[in-house]
Design a binder for this molecule. Structure first.
Ligand SMILES: NC(=O)c1ccc[n+]([C@@H]2O[C@H](COP(=O)([O-])OP(=O)(O)OC[C@H]3O[C@@H](n4cnc5c(N)ncnc54)[C@H](O)[C@@H]3O)[C@@H](O)[C@H]2O)c1
Length: 266
């Protein structure tokens, strides 16, 4: 069990996309602050690696292989977590998929549906099932991972951009619907985060997509992206957990329905 000296020692946090870069970094921070963790991801193998990497923290950790786009599966996992852990105080609703890169006229329709199913329906499913438990206890703090792609639609990312606009919309609606139950709902919008797979993938795929906005040379695309950031660098994954902890904690007690950019000034 967690130590009572830490700020989140009496809290249980459910983290989705917990096997991924941002999910794991935030789970790490919440564990360091004393929260017990329920880690959820589609990738069971990576999820166990994530659990192992968090084992130095003196908190309870459970793992759940689950597809967020399947409402029934989500409902049964969430009910199980609430029963096993006794409560769910925090939700970091973060699982997501970047999708293809192509101009809208060529964008593959099946990938569009897949992205919306994971990023929008998946986020809704988890939010809905978790909020029912939070309502019963009249307490909850939720952070949804949106993106700057949901603030300024980027070229060649029809599905991802549309899905993240929807996440910000869902955040605003849920903040209103859940405010009467002492549940706050906010979003974060990272921009370019790196180094790593997400950064490399978008640099490569934006170059391959071919458009008037980006060069065909990935090295040049990287420079173009960095030049679009006022702080002239990409963000580090480690610059996200503190913002998530702030939105889950009491220092943001009068904030709900807000989308916080983590974007170097974009
Ligand atoms: N990394 C960035 O540059 C960046 C920028 C803006 C927003 N984001 C958003 O941050 C979130 C996390 O991204 P990341 O960078 O950690 O990527 P990541 O690929 O490392 O992690 C995403 C995780 O979500 C999981 N996932 C995907 N589909 C799922 C499903 N149907 N059910 C359950 N889990 C599923 C994956 O298995 C993976 O572990 C995503 O919502 C992403 O859109 C990332």
């Amino acid at each position: 069990m967690s130590s009572t000296a830490q700020p989140f020692s009496h809290r249980v946090a459910l983290v989705t996309g917990a096997a991924g870069n941002i999910g794991l970094a935030c789970a790490e921070r919440l564990a360091a602050m004393g929260a017990d963790l329920a880690l959820l991801d589609l990738n069971g193998e990576k999820l166990e690696q994530a659990r192992a990497s968090l084992s130095q923290h003196d908190v309870r950790i459970t793992t759940h292989t689950c597809d967020v786009s399947d409402s029934e599966q989500v409902g049964s996992v969430v009910d199980g977590v609430a029963a096993e852990m006794g409560q769910i105080d925090f939700l970091f609703n973060n699982a997501g998929y970047q999708g293809a890169f192509a101009p809208v006229q060529d964008y593959p329709a099946d990938d569009f549906a897949r992205v919306m199913n994971i990023n929008v329906c998946g986020m809704f499913n988890v939010l809905q099932h978790v909020s029912r438990h939070m309502i019963a206890r009249r307490f909850g703090r939720i952070v949804n991972t949106a993106s700057m792609a949901g603030v300024q639609g980027p070229p060649n990312m029809a599905a991802y951009g549309a899905s993240k606009f929807a996440v910000i919309g869902l955040t605003q609606v849920a903040a209103k619907d859940l405010a009467p139950y002492n549940i706050r709902v906010n979003a974060i919008s990272p921009a370019f985060m790196g180094p790593g797979m997400m950064w490399d993938r978008q640099v490569t795929l934006q170059a391959e997509a071919g458009s008037q906005y980006f060069s065909r040379d990935p090295k040049e695309v990287a420079r173009q992206m960095i030049d679009s950031v006022p702080m002239r660098r990409y963000g580090s994954i480690e610059e996200i957990p503190g913002v998530v902890a702030f939105l889950l904690g009491d220092d943001s007690s009068y904030m709900t329905g807000v989308n916080l950019p983590i974007s170097g000034g974009i």
